[in-house]
Design a protein. Structure first.
Ligand SMILES: Cc1cc2nc3c(=O)[nH]c(=O)nc-3n(C[C@H](O)[C@H](O)[C@H](O)COP(=O)(O)OP(=O)(O)OC[C@H]3O[C@@H](n4cnc5c(N)ncnc54)[C@H](O)[C@@H]3O)c2cc1C
Length: 415
């Protein structure tokens, strides 16, 4: 009889771990405190973006964030929580805003992003996953020529160091490439290697496929603790019920710090709240996903839907739907698009991105239990990195040669 694995957390990371582990013949159960696929993996922008090599921790980022905080209608907000872990997170984030640490994080991100894109391509082609997969690239649009030209430095860095280059379009060429955009913009960089998908469809399709492979799902069951014997977990306890297994994966996204006491380490994750609006397709819908760099707003064209998403609020686990933020998404898009939105809005949504202070996920075995692996902290890139993470978890669990350097994602780096 094959080993049984319990995966705690049914977001995209837990789902992809379930995929690769069930593929290896393990018997998998996914346990979620809510409904599978309904947290941060539901209403995000769906980019699978190898272009997002650089973390937020860049030289000058602290000053830029402070400026952004005090701007009217900013998409960025911080309301610090005065507890030790939260303050340490911001301190460490600030200290990493230098060239050396930025490039160090970029190496790990690049490896995981490249591998994940290839794995998605294989998966979508081989398994007929219904998620509206598209390889249309990603446009980084700038309001003014100055910003567009300045971005050339970043593009050179990404091209020279990581082989990830973009094609520049000046303001005139841009409207020919993407007629949904208004004329008069500064220009754009097109990352042709980026892809996108519809995240809620990805999650639905994965669930159907996983069920047909015999994966079980237990919903509305919050895991509170582990039952441990001789340094190994025997079971998780959810609502007083024990769920036994031979091995475990903790893929609990932004909630992971709540299990710190049991995991034997302090997982440094802050929830980075973001919002999205999903609508029917407007008359002139962009054909290419777009990030408006100055407004920090992103749009995703889908088959019968259209999404605007963005904002980054560090306000703890605040679960209110801030109407002002949602309105801001609409007004920001107005500046750039002929048809920035289309009524009626079908879904107003927020999600907590699991943010680490170095911009890399944590994919490693727990220091407290030798049969529990952690896969969390995917920042703004959980969709983009999910396949590579699932595969790496399988390799670590089964003592196979990792396909990417696992040291980038180790717990040891966080000390
Ligand atoms: C506005 C916005 C846009 C984004 N756009 C993109 C994008 O374009 N591309 C991209 O790559 N990423 C994007 N992201 C980031 C991406 O959505 C996240 O990185 C990703 O969804 C994280 O996945 P996850 O599985 O770790 O977490 P989640 O999807 O949050 O899943 C974690 C699950 O764990 C469960 N859980 C937690 N604690 C427990 C417990 N104790 N017991 C049982 N279950 C538990 C939760 O209920 C939840 O279902 C975006 C995020 C936002 C907010």
């Amino acid at each position: 009889m094959s080993d049984r694995v319990v995966i705690v957390g049914g977001g995209v990371i837990g789902a992809m771990c379930a995929w690769y582990l069930s593929d290896a013949g393990l018997r998998v159960t996914v346990v979620d405190r809510g409904k599978f696929g309904s947290a941060c993996s539901h209403g995000n922008c769906g980019y699978v973006s190898p272009s997002h090599v650089l973390p937020l921790t860049r030289p000058g980022q602290v000053a830029a964030s402070l400026r952004e905080m005090f701007k009217k209608n900013s998409s960025f907000a911080v309301k610090p929580r005065f507890n030790r872990d939260s303050l340490a997170w911001f301190w460490k984030f600030g200290r990493r805003c230098n060239e050396r640490d930025m490039l160090d994080a970029a190496q790990g991100r690049h490896a995981m992003l490249q591998s994940s894109k290839r794995l998605y391509q294989e998966l979508v082609a081989r398994e007929d996953i219904d998620c509206e997969w598209k390889e249309a690239g990603l446009l980084f649009v700038f309001d003014h020529e100055k910003g567009f030209e300045e971005y050339g430095k970043t593009d050179r860095l990404l091209r020279d160091r990581f082989g990830v280059g973009a094609t520049p379009y000046d303001g005139q060429q841009l409207v020919e490439l993407e007629p949904a955009l208004k004329p008069g913009l500064g220009g754009a960089w097109h990352y042709e290697g980026d892809c996108h998908l519809r995240p809620d469809k990805l999650m639905d399709s994965l669930r159907t496929k996983l069920e047909s492979r015999g994966v079980d799902f237990i919903e509305d069951a919050a895991v509170e603790r582990f039952v441990v014997e001789h340094g190994k977990a025997k079971a998780v306890v959810a609502g007083g019920v024990q769920i036994s297994a031979d091995r475990f994966v903790v893929a609990t996204g932004a909630w992971t710090p709540f299990l710190n006491e049991h995991l034997g380490c302090r997982i440094p994750i802050e929830p980075g709240k973001g919002y999205s609006l999903t609508m029917p397709t407007p008359a002139r819908m962009p054909q290419i996903p777009i990030v408006f760099d100055d407004a920090h707003v992103a749009v995703t064209p889908m088959q019968r839907k259209y999404r605007i998403g963005s904002t980054m609020e560090f306000v703890g686990y605040d679960a209110t739907l801030n109407r002002k933020r949602l309105e801001l998404l609409k007004t920001s898009a107005k500046k750039y698009l002929h048809d920035p939105y289309c009524d009626p809005v079908e879904e107003q949504w927020f999600g907590w991105r699991p943010m680490t202070w170095d911009g890399k996920p944590i994919i490693d075995v727990s220091p407290a239990m030798s049969n529990v692996w952690i896969a969390a902290g995917h920042n703004m890139l959980g969709i983009s990195m999910a396949t590579g993470t699932g595969k790496l978890i399988r390799e670590l669990m089964l003592n196979q040669q990792p396909h990417v350097d696992a040291a980038h994602f180790s717990i040891a780096r966080l000390r």
